[in-house]
Design a protein around this ligand. Sequence first.
Ligand code: 13P
Ligand code: SF4
Length: 332
Amino acid sequence: MRMTRTAAPIAATEPETGGVADAALAAEVRTLKATRNAVILAHNYQAEPVQDVADFVGDSLALSRRAAATDADVIVFCGVHFMAETAAILSPGRTVLLPDLEAGCSLAASIDADQLRAWKAEHPGAVVVSYVNTTAAVKAESDYCCTSGNARQVIEAIAPDREILFLPDMFLGSYLERVTGRRMHVWPGECHVHAGIGPAEVSAAVKAHPGAELLIHPECGCVTSCMYLSAVGDVPVRTEILSTEGMVRHAQTSPSPAFVVATEIGILPRMRKEAPDKDFFPLSEAAVCRYMKMITLAKVRDALRDMKHVITVPEDVASRARTAIERMVAIG
Ligand code: 13P
Ligand code: SF4
């Protein structure tokens, strides 16, 4: 992966202080966006002011599809590094900007291409399924990519007699083994935010919000123990395991008036906006992805103003990764 930075400052960066400052920054962002013929794509975990200036807010799968379909010249990706790389691979003719190069992902960092090559060598002939939270170099070593939105369908699309290496999230991997009935070799990676959401945190939240439906992201440490959860002590609970986009859609259509949400807390403002008559409670206030929160309105403005930081993927890596990503985009 090569990252280039072209800086042509127009004005110095100001601190972002909320309220009036946010409104002024948002106006600047909109003007620059039109000048650059840019589209702003934001993940569901982005800070609310960033989501508010985005043209589209969604989960990894929907964002990949939007990036592939856009006719804008510039994509400002408000998310983390692997997401911007995926956009660059799917939209080779566009300039993809990531407002902060430090916006990484602890899960994507849990395996590199050398480790994957060594693992593949131990299992010759196995099909490699990589979760989208991986670097482009890891995707280039993979047969299929998937997201939490279509992981089950991707596994089910693989012939039942094939050995599967699934990486890098062990909680999602064990969940998929159970729902599909497939045995897989699962890489022992985890996301530091979701791994901290375990059975003890679930019990406390269900007792604090009796009657609320429980929505769980499959990266959570509690995912397999919650698959068939129907009560905590004598408190009954309905549980759904969903991607971030699945959570928003489910909240809109479910008859439940209240939800406990087990994922990064950045998704809550969007859920409250899109299902305003319902109540949403974070399962854990500590579920904050510091990488996602590195993107601020000021950095989005700077990215558009200075055309930084351009994310590029070498074509030999991109062309091998593209096949796996295009399979992901096509399934589910
Ligand atoms: P989604 O694909 O569900 O948006 O999740 C991405 C992610 O990084 C979860 O931590
Ligand atoms: Fe990565 Fe976890 Fe942050 Fe998602 S929440 S971007 S998996 S570190």
